[in-house]
Write a protein that binds this ligand. Structure first.
Ligand code: HEM
Length: 133
């Protein structure tokens, strides 16, 4: 493997560090970062989901065992995390698409907060459905 030139390595390190430095960031960056993190999280979930589905190949009892595990409180907490990711990504994605089409461009910040409020309300409702039923 050819070594990476020092300048290039420094540039990469700086770019990586910038991701974790919240100073001087606007709402646009926060929205973008949320979309990227939740998007990658959803891809990871999809891969895990497909891996877990292979349990079906091991027969009915292996699947029943997995379902019992999936209903445990810790897994329900992971379900909540997934729901938060879906809501934030889906509703913010809808906002990005609508603003991208030229609607609500001037109000895009308010639009962001409305979508986040809607996400929070739906999240609480989903949590209630998961744990109170
Ligand atoms: C309700 C459904 C969804 C909507 C409306 C939506 C919308 C969007 C939009 C508009 C973007 C581009 C954001 C930008 O350019 O600033 C995006 C990015 C992305 N989405 Fe989704 N999406 C949805 C579902 C999903 C799902 C199910 C996955 C994964 C399985 C996913 C994974 C990603 C990824 C990885 C990115 C790229 C993020 C980045 O590079 O910054 N999305 N989505």
């Amino acid at each position: 493997m050819t070594p990476i030139p020092i300048q290039q390595a420094t540039r990469r390190r700086k770019a990586l560090r910038a991701w974790f430095d919240p100073r001087g960031r606007g709402l646009g960056f926060i929205a973008f970062a949320l979309q990227r993190i939740t998007g990658l999280g959803l891809v990871l979930y999809l891969l895990l989901h497909m891996a877990v589905l292979t349990t079906l190949l091991q027969g009915e009892s292996a699947w029943d065992q997995f379902v019992a595990f999936a209903k445990s409180p810790i897994m329900l907490l992971f379900d909540l995390l997934l729901i938060a990711g879906i809501l934030i990504h889906g509703l913010n994605g809808l906002r990005v698409s609508i603003v991208g089409l030229g609607f609500g461009v001037k109000q895009h910040k308010t639009f962001f907060w409305i979508m986040m409020l809607l996400s929070a309300l739906l999240f609480v409702y989903a949590g209630w459905l998961l744990f109170a039923h």
